[in-house]
Design a protein around this ligand. Structure first.
Ligand SMILES: Cc1cc2nc3c(=O)[nH]c(=O)nc-3n(C[C@H](O)[C@H](O)[C@H](O)COP(=O)(O)OP(=O)(O)OC[C@H]3O[C@@H](n4cnc5c(N)ncnc54)[C@H](O)[C@@H]3O)c2cc1C
Ligand SMILES: NC(=O)c1ccc[n+]([C@@H]2O[C@H](COP(=O)([O-])OP(=O)(O)OC[C@H]3O[C@@H](n4cnc5c(N)ncnc54)[C@H](O)[C@@H]3O)[C@@H](O)[C@H]2O)c1
Length: 461
């Protein structure tokens, strides 16, 4: 049997896998990346962060054009040219993907385009070549796949996933969006803004259930103001095709309801991509939710095998996947790296208004029994946001009373994803609100809004 040994083998050349391979290669000579995707590049570049944000930005420009009168402008017709938007996305993504392909195909790595399955604790079998691969250390970074929950009729009814929505080159007349998570909300608003009639159906009482209720309520208000037909607190009953139309049956407040549209978009979540990896043969255990179980160095229950990114969680966020990959590879190099510090994490939902968070949430602080001081300030009372007609939302920050340090912040509003970074830097460096008041907050900027809750926190502390 043909067999080859490597110092470090990565399965999956996405963000986590590439970060691990690059870091391992700094000291190891023989590093292999095995990837069986039809295209190289990983989810973020090909079908995740980058295409979605390219499209969402086009839709935001169009939205501003539609709001022109508010700014004293006359833009009588502004419409989406979906073929052109699609072409812009293709060109932009190809630029990112070709750069990543070059990195993966460089002579620094052994790139193997094949499907890998563990057949023993230290051995992989490659499906196409039939070759055996052994290594000192392995990294599983196979990402996630779309989840199709057990809703009667859904699996049998051909429907769109985010992959399809991100590749649209025509304007869908109407779309039912199932779900109220990040993918559902970001792309529901995109579809609505380019001109589709959007009906969004969410199970829990508020959309974006991972964010705070205050934040979710602001985004819901914006969605309703933009005439997205949003149904919350529902139970999906079944999905069917009636001629050319999709029909979704659901209940709301105990009453039977139905939605009908030309297209159906399943945005009901993703699940770890572990199928066919032979985890049992490798002695790699998973959690009840399917994520690979790892310790703080990303080691699985088989200490020679690491896992990082969406396949292990706990967050499906690309910069976290990258940091996890780096931690794992440094540990495999024999170092003792700082584990990922989830207490200083950031998160951004690219709706408009955006929802951005840094540090631990107020709910987590309460679970940990921390005594927190909280202050907030609304954008509809702030000079720069008023002149920009960007009045949705607020900034909020909280500090631990016992240490006086900032431990979390939330921003809901225009460009919140940019604005949150000043708080992310501050809490990563262990700053107090009084430290932050030494900053020259420039006037008039959106950022200077942080100085108001910071003053309240400093007074209270
Ligand atoms: C629509 C959408 C928008 C998103 N937007 C954002 C955003 O704005 N910001 C953000 O932080 N995150 C975003 N995410 C999440 C982010 O894209 C992921 O968290 C991140 O890309 C995961 O990286 P990964 O390395 O774990 O997996 P991936 O990038 O998916 O890499 C997995 C790789 O493994 C390969 N593979 C799979 N199985 C095998 C096998 N058996 N053998 C060999 N190779 C295999 C695949 O071909 C792939 O290349 C978004 C996700 C989606 C779906
Ligand atoms: N901006 C970003 O950083 C960004 C953007 C997109 C995706 N992501 C990542 O991708 C991950 C996946 O996002 P997602 O939106 O696909 O998943 P999600 O888990 O966030 O949302 C899934 C939605 O489907 C609903 N749902 C699930 N099963 C259901 C059922 N049986 N019946 C009714 N409703 C059901 C949930 O209530 C939820 O609203 C997220 O965790 C996120 O971290 C990040």
């Amino acid at each position: 049997m043909d067999s080859e040994h490597f110092d470090f083998v990565v399965i999956g050349g996405g963000s986590a896998g590439y970060a691990a391979a690059r870091t391992a290669r700094e000291t190891k000579n023989k590093v292999a990346i095995i990837d069986d995707g039809a295209e190289l590049g990983g989810l973020c570049i090909l079908r995740g962060c980058m295409p979605s944000k390219t499209l969402i930005y086009s839709a935001e420009v169009l939205h501003l054009a539609h709001e022109a009168e508010k700014f004293g402008l006359k833009i009588p017709t502004a419409t989406a040219d979906m073929a052109a938007i699609h072409q812009r996305k293709l060109v932009t993504i190809e630029d990112f993907a070709s750069y990543r392909r070059e990195q993966l195909e460089s002579e620094r790595f052994h790139l193997i385009r094949d499907r890998a399955t563990f057949i023993a604790e230290k051995t992989l079998l490659l499906a196409k070549s039939g070759k055996h691969i052994t290594a000192d250390h392995f990294m599983i970074a196979t990402g996630s796949v779309v989840n199709t929950p057990d809703v009667p009729g859904l699996a049998e009814t051909p429907h769109w996933t985010s992959d399809d929505v991100l590749d649209l080159d025509f304007l869908p007349e109407s779309v039912i969006v199932l779900g109220g998570g990040i993918v559902a909300c970001e792309l529901a608003q995109f579809l609505n803004r380019v001109g589709s009639k959007v009906i969004q159906i969410q199970r829990s009482p508020l959309i974006l259930k991972e964010t705070s209720p205050d934040a979710a309520k602001v985004v819901e208000q914006a969605f309703r103001d933009e005439e997205i037909e949003l149904h919350t607190d529902t139970q999906l009953v079944s999905v069917e095709k009636d001629g050319e139309a999709f029909v979704v049956h659901f209940t709301q407040n105990g009453k039977a309801q139905q939605a009908r549209a030309a297209h159906l978009f399943n945005a009901l979540g993703r699940k770890p991509n572990t199928s066919g990896l032979g985890l049992a043969a490798a002695g790699v255990e998973t959690r009840p939710n399917g994520q690979i179980m790892v310790n703080h160095f990303q080691q699985t229950s088989n200490s020679r095998i690491y896992a990082a990114g969406d396949v292990s969680g706990p967050f499906e966020i690309v910069h976290i996947a990258i940091i996890q990959g780096e931690v794992a590879a440094k540990h495999a190099r024999g170092e003792s790296p700082d584990p990922v510090n989830y207490n200083t994490r950031t998160g951004v939902v690219f709706t408009d208004p955006q929802v951005a968070t840094a540090g631990i949430s107020l709910a987590e602080a309460a679970e940990r029994g921390l005594d927190v001081v909280v202050a907030d300030y609304p954008f509809d009372d702030h000079g720069k946001s008023i002149l920009m007609e960007a009045k949705y939302g607020y900034v909020k920050a909280w500090a631990d009373r016992s240490t006086g340090k900032l431990i979390g912040a939330e921003c809901v509003g225009k460009d919140a994803g940019e604005l949150i970074h000043s708080m992310a830097v501050a809490l990563s460096l262990g700053a107090t609100p009084a430290d932050l008041l030494k900053v020259h907050w420039y006037h008039p900027t959106l950022s200077e809004i942080w100085s108001y809750p910071l003053e309240d926190l400093a007074d209270e502390l």
